[in-house]
Design a protein around this ligand. Structure first.
Ligand SMILES: Cc1cc2nc3c(=O)[nH]c(=O)nc-3n(C[C@H](O)[C@H](O)[C@H](O)COP(=O)(O)OP(=O)(O)OC[C@H]3O[C@@H](n4cnc5c(N)ncnc54)[C@H](O)[C@@H]3O)c2cc1C
Length: 245
């Protein structure tokens, strides 16, 4: 279920989106920043240069973790996800700037997260080494029914308080972490690689991680758009074990 579905008084969604809305990011940004080290002002020739001839340099910088040349670029994403994803996202403090919609200054929309049929429901194993299995039809039905009931009740409580004149900032206490929020997140490639190293599982990762699927969905969408902008940097990230430089 990828589109909105109307219930009595709420909508549910299963999609989580990250849309690149603005950027100044290309592989040659890495090259000119690195070359000032040895060329000084002659590195100006590398601004907007053909990045293909810097492929080896980019790979060397990634491999040896010379990270700062990967910071001279910028990408702004508009992200639409449940609050529990933002709770995890905002732990990434370095190289990210955030602005999120306010629950104090606007009335929050009744849009909630509903895991779709592909979302594995059953957690097995121990902390840090969980694996997930699909779950039975019954477990999917229980999840759907219980979440929807809880969302409807929570939003009714929120509305009841607003209708009685209670401030939005007080009434929002009734709302669960499955409520959708939206934010802009601006980052550079180095910060994004650190985020991806922790929030995606990938065959080429040399350091394992076990992210929650929903933040991984955001990370995958961001990665796909970044890879289009900086294909050489992205390839070097993969071939060096997806460790941020
Ligand atoms: C699978 C997974 C499970 C997690 N589970 C939990 C959990 O149960 N509970 C919980 O609280 N968090 C949890 N987290 C969040 C985690 O602890 C980090 O807060 C989050 O991954 C951000 O990582 P970071 O601090 O490296 O990123 P950033 O905040 O972006 O920092 C980037 C890098 O800057 C450096 N740095 C930043 N701040 C400091 C500092 N103050 N001192 C020294 N160096 C600094 C570090 O090298 C750091 O790696 C989990 C994360 C993952 C990926």
């Amino acid at each position: 279920m990828n589109t909105s579905e109307k219930s009595a008084s709420i909508s549910v969604r299963s999609d989580i989106t990250a849309q690149l809305v603005r950027h100044s990011a290309q592989d040659s940004d890495v090259a000119f920043a690195a070359r000032v080290s040895t060329l000084g002002d002659r590195s100006l020739d590398d601004v907007n240069s053909d990045a293909e001839r810097s492929k080896g340099l980019i790979n060397f910088l990634m491999r040896d973790r010379h990270g700062t040349p990967f910071e001279h670029n910028s990408m702004t994403f508009f992200i639409s996800a449940p609050i529990f994803v933002f709770r995890e996202f905002h732990r990434h403090r370095v190289g990210f700037s955030y602005n999120e919609e306010s629950g104090r200054y606007r009335e929050l929309e009744p849009v909630f997260y509903m895991p779709n049929e592909e979302r594995n429901l059953v957690q097995e194993g121990r902390p840090g080494r969980y694996h997930f299995s699909p779950g039975t039809d019954d477990q999917h039905t229980v999840t759907r029914t219980a979440l929807e009931r809880s969302y409807v009740t929570a939003y009714e409580a929120y509305r009841e308080m607003l209708d009685a004149g209670v401030a939005r900032e007080v009434a929002r206490s009734a709302l669960p972490v499955g409520l959708y929020s939206s934010m802009y997140a601006t980052c550079n490639a180095r910060a994004l690689m650190h985020f991806l190293s922790l929030r995606t599982t990938h065959a080429e990762s040399t350091v394992p991680t076990f992210p929650q699927r929903e933040i991984e969905m955001v990370a995958e969408a961001m990665e796909a758009q970044w890879a289009e902008l900086m294909p050489l940097t992205h390839a070097a990230f993969n071939s060096n074990g997806r460790v941020a430089p």
